[in-house]
Design a binder for this molecule. Structure first.
Ligand SMILES: Cc1ncc(C[n+]2csc(CCOP(=O)(O)OP(=O)(O)O)c2C)c(N)n1
Ligand SMILES: [Mg+2]
Length: 606
């Protein structure tokens, strides 16, 4: 069948089962926009290419399928870079297609030319400029395969305009030929048996579950393993929901703002079973003092992760779902040995007693005075209760993100979506649109910061015009709160360029200007009724302006680069160690705060 290159692109997407494209047109990609009119594939017009990229990511996070973004050359591609980098850091399967100037003009600084394959080389799993139309179908097929298999990630295809316009005989390949690309799925048998023995020998084991569990759809296997061997589980920021928060063996989130018990359990563990996790600095704190007494089993599909930050005692390259099932088999075999106690709970009794005591003594803490300012944690907890384990929560980046991870219970995978590795403000508004498009029957709540919201709020227009009713709850502290928190703690309250104010923009009027419903809540007593109104809207996107206390800080906290042993649970504990807070500029207060002891100083290690 004879098609143009552009028709071949859209046909190839149809062949891959794509139901929706998030994009924004322009000169070089124009030919590809014409056949969309005749295709069953839905196109969602983002107002900014970064938005299109994050929408594709949100869609992929929520559905487990590949998200697709389509943009033009030059600024279209460069605007997409943040989303690609985010997808690369968080292993999100997306395929981006960019238009390019005609082949003959490449390299000549033509209008809207950018070397997008060069620019995105370090932030894509694979990219390619397609130089002839016959290559389109094969390249698309490979792109979807590479994006979604092994360690998932972004793939970019750059297609010059003359290639899009050329006519040729199209056929879709039914086979792939990628001889150099064969991700290892099955773990090495001897290593798996070794890991099973380590698990039985351990007295203070902890499963360190990372985002790879969700990517591999391994949550059921994880649960089987944890229950079989009575193992405590921590779920990282990228793995919230991979193991139910309500499960008695769940210790919560580790890391810089993790639960005290999760952080400390890892520090005191004699065995860490790292499953699809990458020993990120936000989890380990100072690497040299991280989990000093622990032996390490590290399971990851990406061989480059093994030993990157921490040398494992038992390295296993493989897909989490496959390897955990192998581990369960190996453990079951060992447990039939008459010399081995099959009641692992009794073997780990001391450890569990300690963990339970810690959990009781070190809950997350905050106080909501009934007549005082609205506390962000209270708002977020109320949203979580309203969702009751159903619904998808998408966040921006900052304090609100940490509170949304801490104060909402996640019971299932793909219910918590955020920008973890890159920490890209602006993620929430578009990613929530992508999630809702992928899961239209599920309530999608965006929990955003006032700063993050202002980076991509123009996508409210997309949500409204495309009929995507996300409920955005802006945790409005009038500030770049997380930066403010660091300036308070590490720069003696010398607040520099963090003030956003509450009034500009007026979020309720802004919502209305975009044809969305807008509400405001300023008092603790009004949280419930405001959420009632927001959840009752139904058809339209909603923006709720929750005006919260700017003084509130995220605790627990391990200062960047410090040891996880220096975890601080509250502002009171912090100031008990460093001296009273420095005076609020222009306000009352005792001088002090300059005496930050060495172990709480912000390190240089990120
Ligand atoms: C694109 C981008 N720029 C800058 C930062 C640095 N940064 C991290 S958190 C933060 C403040 C976020 O403010 P807001 O969205 O209001 O969230 P809050 O911390 O107040 O809850 C900033 C500027 C970032 N993460 N991403
Ligand atoms: Mg803020």
């Amino acid at each position: 069948m004879e098609l143009t290159g552009a028709q071949a692109v859209i046909r190839s997407l149809e062949e891959e089962g794509v139901e929706v494209i998030f994009g924004h047109p322009g000169g070089a990609i124009l030919p590809a926009y014409d056949p969309i009119l005749d295709s069953p594939v839905r196109h969602i017009l983002a107002r900014h290419e970064q938005g299109a990229g994050h929408m594709a990511e949100g869609y992929a996070h929520a559905t487990g399928r590949v998200g697709v973004a389509l943009v033009t050359s030059g600024p279209g591609g460069t605007n997409l870079v943040t989303a690609l980098a985010d997808a690369h850091m968080d292993s999100v399967p997306i395929v981006a297609i960019t238009g390019q100037v005609p082949t003959g003009a490449v390299g000549g600084d033509a209008f809207q030319e950018a070397d997008i394959t060069g620019i995105t080389m370090p932030v894509t799993k694979h990219n390619e400029m397609i130089d002839n139309p016959e290559r389109i179908a094969g390249a698309v097929k490979e792109a979807f395969h590479i994006a979604s298999t092994g360690r998932p990630g972004p793939v970019l295809l750059d297609i010059p305009k003359d290639v899009l316009n050329a006519r040729f005989a199209f056929s879709y390949p039914d086979r792939l030929s990628l001889p150099g690309y064969k991700p290892t799925l099955r773990g090495h048998g001897r290593m798996v048996r070794e890991a099973a023995r380590e698990i039985l020998n351990a007295r203070r084991p902890v499963i360190y579950a990372g985002g790879g569990i969700i990517k591999a759809n391994a949550h059921e296997e994880l649960r089987t393993l944890a229950e079989l061997a009575s193992l405590p589980v921590v779920t990282t920021l990228m793995a919230r929901g991979a193991f139910p928060d309500s499960h008695p063996q769940c210790l919560g989130m580790p890391g810089m703002h993790g639960h005290w018990t999760a952080v400390t359990a890892m520090q005191k563990a004699d065995l860490l079973i790292a499953l699809g996790a990458r020993f990120d600095d936000r989890v380990t704190g100072n690497l040299a003092s991280f989990a000093p007494g622990a032996r390490v089993i590290h399971v990851d599909i990406d061989p480059a992760e093994i030993g990157k930050n921490r040398d494992p005692d038992v390295p296993i390259v493989g897909d989490c779902r496959v390897v955990i099932a192998q581990l369960v088999d190996a453990l079951e075999t060992l447990l039939t040995d008459p010399g081995v106690t099959s009641d692992r709970g009794s073997v780990l009794e001391d450890w569990w007693r300690t963990l339970r005591t810690w959990s009781r003594e070190h809950p997350l803490r905050y106080e909501q005075p009934s007549d005082g300012p609205l506390k962000p944690q209270q708002v977020i907890a109320a949203i979580g209760e309203r969702l009751g384990g159903d619904g998808i929560v998408v966040s921006g980046v900052g304090q609100h993100q940490m509170w949304a991870s801490q104060h909402i219970r996640y019971e299932q995978p793909r219910r918590w979506i955020n920008s973890g590795g890159l920490g890209a403000m602006g993620f929430c508004v578009p990613a929530a649109i992508g999630a809702k498009v992928g899961r239209p029957d599920t309530t999608v709540v965006g929990i955003d910061g006032d700063g993050s919201f202002q980076m991509t709020l123009q996508e409210l227009a997309t949500a409204r015009t495309e009929g995507v009713p996300v409920i955005y709850c802006v945790i409005n502290n009038g500030a770049l709160g997380m930066v403010r928190q660091w300036q308070e703690l590490f720069y003696e309250r010398r607040f520099s360029s963090i003030d956003l104010g509450f009034e500009v923009p007026d979020l309720v009027k802004l919502a209305e200007a975009f044809g969305c419903a807008g509400f405001r809540c300023e008092r603790p007593d009004d949280i419930g009724s405001t959420l009632d109104k927001a959840f009752a809207v139904g058809e339209l996107p909603v923006v709720v302006d929750f005006r919260v206390d700017p003084e509130e800080k995220v605790f627990p906290m391990v200062p960047a680069g410090a040891s996880n042993d220096s975890i601080v649970e509250s502002a009171e504990e912090w100031y008990a160690q460093v001296g009273s807070p420095a005076p609020v500029p222009g306000g009352a207060g005792e001088p002090g705060g300059a005496g930050v002891p060495d172990h709480l100083r912000e390190g240089n290690a990120v």
